[in-house]
Design a protein around this ligand. Structure first.
Ligand code: ZN
Length: 370
């Protein structure tokens, strides 16, 4: 047997398993877990550290359920550190609860720094006195300083009447409330539905797979109602009440389709949006988002939703910087990296405070730059 043939025989007998062995050894067939694979970026580009916003800002979407007993000096010192001039507490609850929150704000002397939206109870809508009583409550809350109304996402999804039927967002029995808010110039911040992916199959094609895995109670059964149904009810509400001003929470759940959101804003001049919990969507499309902010600069408000002081700098960085490819703070919201929009000052001022000031004239504008 020639040397060549001997070698060929050796490879035939041992070579193939040897090759497989060496591949395993080098890891080419290794599996990496999606959740584990999150390497730090090697990219070296200018990076800006943010602790505070460039301009004083109004957070239109915040929740402080214990405000009646809260240590407001602590809250104010956190706000001052990040340049938050006004916080809007959407969890005013209404009636005596709202009044005691407002009393606490007055006791501390922070009326210029803290505003409160009230809430209403919808599940007792079958009570023939419901509308009249709820209108009275709103008048009472307005007299006590409430400057808007917050409608939670339970309306349209979880709220049921006495017969067990879902109360639609557009239920005609609620109409007197929308009218009263228009009359008192109280904007309504309304959160309807949830991200569309919560209704979609929990599989490898779902961009919120990790969020649904870590928060399984967020999965929605598409049986009783679809995402499209809730969203279109919200749009009908806006159309049916052109004199009432609405702030659609979370960019109306269209931060991923800004062309569609733009069309809605074109059609409905009584609608504004806020950016709470959707900054990671804006940060992954800096060019499209920049065009959106240019065109709709009078319609977007700063909001955050979850009050976590450590999370605000990411918002400032997306809105203000021209940084490249930086992470969001919760991987289950964004496994992708983000880019700064570098919004010009005149747009930043509108988003940070001017648009909110025009919707809430009770806020003292002299505490903001011109
Ligand atoms: Zn909220």
């Amino acid at each position: 047997m020639s040397m060549f043939k001997k070698m060929a025989l050796f490879v035939f007998l041992f070579g193939v398993p040897a090759l497989v062995f060496s591949q395993n050894n080098e890891g080419s067939s290794a599996k990496m877990d999606f959740e584990a694979y999150d390497p730090p970026s090697d990219l070296v580009t200018p990076a800006h550290e943010y602790t505070k916003a460039k301009f004083p800002f109004i957070d239109i979407h915040s929740h402080h359920w214990q405000m009646a007993n809260q240590d407001l000096d602590k809250l104010l010192s956190e706000m001052n550190a990040m340049n938050m001039q006004v916080v809007n507490n959407l969890s005013g609850r209404g009636g005596a609860a709202l009044k005691s929150m407002m009393d606490n704000v007055k006791k501390y002397g922070y009326e210029k720094r803290v505003t409160i939206f009230t809430n209403i109870e919808l599940r007792s809508i079958d009570d023939p006195e419901w509308a009249a009583n709820t209108v009275k409550q709103i008048e009472f809350d307005h007299a006590n300083g409430a400057c808007g109304l917050k409608i939670y996402k339970s309306q349209g999804m979880d709220n049921k009447d006495a017969a067990g039927n879902r109360i639609k967002i557009t239920d005609p029995r609620i109409k007197p409330i929308w009218d009263k808010c228009a009359e008192l110039n109280m904007p309504i911040l309304i959160h309807s539905a949830d991200p569309k992916q919560f209704w979609e199959p929990f599989d490898s094609l779902n961009e919120r797979w990790l969020e649904l895995k870590t928060h399984p109670n967020r999965k929605r059964d598409p049986g009783p109602f679809t995402w499209e149904q809730i969203i279109s009810e919200q749009h009908d509400l806006f159309r049916q009440n052109p004199k009432t001003k609405f702030i659609a929470a979370h960019m109306a759940w269209f931060p991923n389709d800004l062309a569609k959101l733009g069309k809605l804003l074109d059609e409905m001049p009584n609608v504004y949006v806020e950016i709470g919990a959707v900054i990671s969507e804006l940060g992954r499309q800096p060019r499209m988002a920049n065009k959106f902010f240019e065109k709709y600069q009078d319609r977007v408000l700063f909001g955050k939703d979850s009050y976590q002081p450590g999370e605000y700098p990411t918002y400032f960085r997306v809105l203000e910087s021209d940084d490249e490819y930086f992470p969001y703070y919760k991987r289950y919201h964004a496994f992708w990296k983000m880019y700064g929009l570098a919004l010009p000052d005149h747009i930043l001022k509108k988003v940070y405070y001017k648009n909110a000031l025009s919707l809430l004239p009770n806020i003292d504008a002299s505490q903001f730059p011109k």
